[in-house]
Design a protein around this ligand. Structure first.
Ligand SMILES: [Zn+2]
Ligand SMILES: [Zn+2]
Length: 216
């Protein structure tokens, strides 16, 4: 919260800074996402025509994440407090390497992110997310799940949790550059499972992964 207050003060002195930045991501659109006090300010950069995907990820952060119990969010407490006040999130439908997302270690950020950092005088982090790949990602066997195949509400819920899991995974890399991948991966997999469990049981009234197999 102190981080954000500091940023706001700074912004008051440079009102045009985002306008300047927005022109730097040529051929792309941007949105500023203020998803809650516990989260950094996100600057989404997405291809023209991908506003719907950007909006869905925004509501995953501002509604879905905020709506999860403190218990499910707790493992990321120490990550969130260590993040820079602003994180640029570069959205692509897919990555050529097939990854769901990356963090951009210090020194490898886009030029736009580096200039923003210079203009704001505070650290800016950067990650990327491949939203179509995340939509197709199926990290857990869904056998025994209460929701019927092809249920659109369920597919949306799963996308939102998956996108949060990937985003938090990459944010943890930003916050703790030296943490080993298996540790970070195990935390994001656990987050996916517990968030799915919580939301599916709220939405469908059944415990995720704990229903009986369908009768023949
Ligand atoms: Zn990759
Ligand atoms: Zn990783």
């Amino acid at each position: 919260m102190a981080r954000i207050a500091k940023f706001r003060r700074r912004r008051a002195h440079s009102p045009g800074v985002f306008q300047t930045l927005l022109r730097r991501f040529r051929g792309r659109e941007q949105s500023l996402v203020r998803a809650g006090e516990a989260l950094p300010l996100f600057l989404f950069s997405f291809p023209k025509g991908a506003a719907d995907a950007a909006l869905e990820i925004e509501s995953a952060l501002s509604l879905t994440f905020q709506g999860l119990s403190a218990e499910v969010r707790a493992p990321y407490q120490d990550v969130l407090v260590r993040l820079p006040a602003i994180v640029v999130v570069v959205l692509h439908p897919a990555n050529p390497c097939g990854c769901l997302g990356h963090h951009h270690p210090r020194g490898t950020e886009s030029r736009a992110a580096r200039r923003l950092e210079m203009e704001l005088g505070s650290t800016v982090g950067e990650i990327d997310l491949a939203y179509d790949c995340i939509r197709g990602w199926n990290p857990q066997p869904l056998a025994g799940l209460a929701a019927p195949e092809g249920d659109e509400q369920f597919a949306n819920l799963r996308f939102r949790i998956a996108v949060l899991a990937v985003l938090l995974h990459e944010l943890e890399h930003l916050a703790f550059a030296d943490r080993p991948e298996p540790e970070i991966r195990s935390r994001s997999n656990q987050f996916y499972t517990s968030a799915m469990s919580e939301l599916v049981s709220e939405t469908y009234g059944e415990r995720y992964g704990m229903t009986s197999p369908p009768l023949p």
